[in-house]
Write a protein that binds this ligand. Structure first.
Ligand SMILES: Nc1ncnc2c1ncn2[C@@H]1O[C@H](COP(=O)(O)OP(=O)(O)OP(=O)(O)O)[C@@H](O)[C@H]1O
Length: 445
């Protein structure tokens, strides 16, 4: 089986599985499974002990059904012990074809789920237009704006739309960081042809956070060629960045000019009415139980920084309600949010990852050395997970960037830490308080 085949099988299997289970089952359990290989008609996954036994007993049938949808009747799934191939030493047995998490599409990020308001109307319309007629509407489409305002959501929506309605057209989502890592690995592994085939053979290429291409001369050059080959072939390019092309000072002029040649549109912070619709939609979809509409009004009113923070606030309010057995009312929401968000928004700039790490060391009484180490002993391991979660929420840094700042750990470790922290907050009062206090202390600085 070729490298691309394995990646496609994994991609489709994951998409099927994600559609087959509800959001919390996915995040708490199944998302933690990694891909190892396709062995004949068996998809081999790997997962830690707790997930492995749970997934096998509770979800064996669903896993098999998803495998059969992808590979045909008789396909099976085996879940292996990751200890045989530690996830952070991929050189041994994890196949080089494994798509970085950043390239895996989230089937739930679709146009249907995207709430349109004044702040994102143009970006949404342009994204939908390129999804419907790739290469013909605006090319490239460049979407820019601060973190957490839906740029990644729009890229995934385009890719999901093309996969579903594109009549066999192919779309590839990546981040500039994953592109860079992949390029470096291809050079080291002497597989530039394989690398080029993966990026230059698609109908739609979606690249998130292109500001990270700056000052990586070789990658930038390779990206420039990829861009030109695709553009000349009539393929669609969609790019996002935290700022408009003209402000990407560190990029070469020729690339900046290419970025500006199509349509540049921005996403801005959502207004209150849009924030409220987003919250209502999340409550309905995630099946979080009874939430008083006045509580949503209050969260929409208070949390205006970005949509990621808005969703984080909703999770915390609901978690607090369930931990204390209290109904989720405006009063409870006010209690949870008290002091936190106003202080955060007053603060001149978001805290840096370093400041978050220092805050976590102080809050949990661990040394910086322990926090950045690979040690799994407590309290360092929990402090590390919480600090990663807070960094994801407050800094807008990407998963690979956060991973690097925590002793060069990979992005799946960060993702796992964020999920684990959310999970613990919902079930453990002490964990909840720890996260809340750390967020508060950083906001109050
Ligand atoms: N208009 C919207 N409707 C519904 N959900 C939204 C909307 N905008 C953002 N979100 C949700 O907010 C969260 C953050 O959005 P997203 O990751 O797309 O932001 P981003 O602009 O790409 O940020 P970053 O630059 O940090 O990657 C996601 O869960 C996304 O689904």
């Amino acid at each position: 089986m070729s490298a691309l085949d394995s990646a496609t099988v994994w991609h489709r299997f994951r998409g099927e599985l994600r559609k087959a289970v509800n959001e919390s089952t996915w995040h708490i359990w199944l998302e933690r499974m990694g891909f190892r290989e396709v062995d004949g008609t068996t998809i081999v996954l790997e997962a830690p002990d707790d997930v492995r036994s749970w997934a096998q007993t509770r979800f064996g049938r669903v896993l098999t059904a998803c495998a059969e949808t992808v590979l045909g009747p008789g396909a099976t799934v085996r879940i292996a012990d990751p200890e045989e191939t530690p996830p952070e030493t991929p050189a041994v047995a994890v196949p080089r074809v494994q798509a970085p998490a950043s390239q895996q599409l989230n089937p739930r990020l679709t146009f249907d789920q995207f709430v349109i308001g004044e702040s994102n109307r143009l970006a949404h319309a342009a994204a939908l237009a390129v999804a419907e007629t790739p290469g013909l509407a605006y090319n490239p489409l460049f979407i820019c704006g601060p973190p957490g305002l839906g740029k990644t959501h729009l890229l995934h929506s385009i890719a999901n739309y093309v996969h579903e309605h594109g009549g066999g057209m192919t779309a590839r989502y990546t981040t500039a960081e994953a592109f860079t890592d992949h390029f470096v690995a291809a050079i080291q592994g002497g597989d530039m042809e394989g690398f080029k085939a993966q990026y230059r053979g698609v109908d739609v290429l979606l690249v998130d956070d292109v500001q990270f291409l700056a000052q990586k001369a070789k990658t930038e050059q390779e990206f420039f060629h990829t861009f030109n080959v695709l553009h000349q072939a009539g393929a669609q390019l969609v790019l996002t960045s935290d700022r408009p092309p003209r402000d990407l000072d560190a990029l070469e002029d020729r690339l900046r000019e290419r970025f500006e040649a199509g349509l540049v549109c921005d996403v801005r912070p959502a207004d209150r009415a849009t924030r409220l619709v987003i919250l209502r939609k999340r409550v309905a979809q995630d099946d979080v139980g009874e939430v008083d509409p006045a509580a949503l009004d209050l969260i929409a009113e208070r949390v205006d920084a970005n949509i990621r923070a808005l969703e984080g606030a909703l999770i915390r309010v609901v978690a607090f309600g369930s931990l204390t057995g209290r109904p989720v009312t405006a009063e409870l929401a006010a209690e949870v949010l008290a002091g936190l968000y106003p202080e955060l928004s007053k603060k001149k700039a978001a805290p840096t990852i370093k400041e978050i790490q220092e805050g976590a060391c102080e809050a949990f009484g661990v040394s910086m050395e322990a926090l950045l180490s690979a040690s799994r002993t407590q309290p360092a391991a929990f402090a590390r997970q919480v600090a990663m979660y807070v960094a994801r929420e407050l800094t807008g840094a990407t998963l690979p960037t956060i991973g690097r700042a925590f002793g060069n750990r990979n992005h799946t470790t960060v993702l796992h830490a964020c999920r684990r922290t959310t999970e613990r907050m919902a079930s453990d009062r002490e964990a909840y308080e720890a996260v809340h206090n750390l967020l508060r202390s950083l906001g109050g600085n």
